[in-house]
Design a protein around this ligand. Structure first.
Ligand code: TXA
Ligand code: MG
Length: 321
């Protein structure tokens, strides 16, 4: 077991008590911060929706700390599940599996399936262990807003949540990849921190593609990650935008125009670094009162698929036409 300092020890004990008594705890994972409740307690889970202002059609991921806990949540005896869990857990892959009747319908938004993952952050694992129950947890932001990658983002977004475990900046900074299995292979429901190619080394991709924005994964709603400052992808920005009042999110070289604020996804065009920086940079622009932020697109291979997915969603509301 990881050694924690005295403060962390006390906070973990308190956090686990809050979970067991039906309360909410914000906690770090390697992807983004989550807002957790006891997955077996529908009243506690309802508090999550309330705190986030999240429509109840959006299903929550259930977080576990031991591989065997998967089979408390599903009866599926698919050897591909064991293979994927063995390779990717703890880590940022969410497996959508048929749910057991004991999983509350509120957790899964009435779907017959449940999304399950084992996070890799030591504080997350320890919180799940000490709570003694799987934790239902969405990202700890208000509905439709940018996901939090630091404890301070959570405190700002959800000031009513009184227990926020601080585990430092999230190392991936982008949410888990969500997949389901059919007879032919896996179906990508949400691109994320594990790439399609990494999964394909174990299980083939099914020819059946998930319907974009379909109910199969509400996280694929076209506009889902809305920063307060309008965001445009370079190339889509209005021609009359004044760079001296705008921010620029660069991938590689800085822009030629005199932007007021320039931040980098990655100076070296490293997709891993860009994923880790993405939400953090968007959060950092927000208090600056910029007229808009213009972002470089990134090549859509590997992790770039998930990054562009989030950038397009963040830009959606402000797209012209
Ligand atoms: O990295 C992550 O996945 C973070 C951390 C906290 O674990 N969690 C996260 O949760 O991003 P959330 O609620 O913001 O996104 C969960 C995604 C949603 O797009 C949801 O639609 C999908 O997972 N999902 C969950 N259960 C599902 C199910 N049964 N069927 C299809 N999609 C599901
Ligand atoms: Mg989310």
């Amino acid at each position: 077991m990881a050694g924690f300092d005295g403060t962390t020890e006390r906070e973990l004990t308190r956090a686990a008590e809050i979970i067991r008594s039906g309360g909410l705890v914000a906690f770090p994972t390697e992807t983004v911060y989550g807002l957790a409740a006891d997955a077996g307690n529908p009243l506690a889970v309802a508090r999550i929706f309330e705190a986030k202002g999240r429509p109840s059609f959006d299903p929550l991921i259930v977080h576990i700390a031991r591989h065997e806990q998967l089979f408390d949540l599903t009866d599926a005896a698919d050897e591909r599940l064991a293979l994927l869990a063995e390779r990717f857990w703890p880590g940022p892959l969410t497996l959508v599996v048929p749910k057991r009747p004991t999983v509350p319908n509120l957790v899964t938004a009435d779907l017959p399936t449940v999304g399950v993952r084992m996070p890799a952050h030591p504080l997350a694992l320890e919180l799940i262990r000490r709570s003694g129950v799987p934790l239902a947890a969405p990202s700890a932001n208000r509905f439709g807003r940018v996901s939090p990658t630091r404890a301070e983002h959570v405190r700002r977004e959800l000031p009513a949540v009184d227990c926020v475990l601080d585990g430092g900046p999230a190392s991936f900074g982008i949410e888990s990849t969500v997949i389901a299995l059919d007879d032919d292979g896996f179906v990508l429901l949400r691109p994320g921190a594990v790439t399609r190619e990494e999964i394909e080394r174990l299980v083939p991709a099914s020819p059946r593609a998930a319907a974009p924005g379909g109910a199969a994964s509400p996280g694929l709603l076209a506009s889902h990650y809305s920063p307060a400052t309008p965001l445009f992808l370079a190339g889509d920005a209005p021609a009359d935008l004044d760079p001296r009042r705008c921010g620029y999110l660069a991938f590689g070289d800085p822009p030629d125009a005199p932007y007021l604020e320039v931040a980098f996804l990655s100076r070296t065009r490293d997709p891993r670094e860009a994923a880790a920086n993405l939400f953090d940079r968007l959060h950092a622009f927000e208090p600056l009162g910029l007229a808009a932020v213009v972002a470089d697109p990134v090549p859509e291979t590997g992790l770039g698929v998930a990054i562009m997915d989030r950038l397009r969603k963040a830009a959606h509301r402000h797209r012209r036409a």
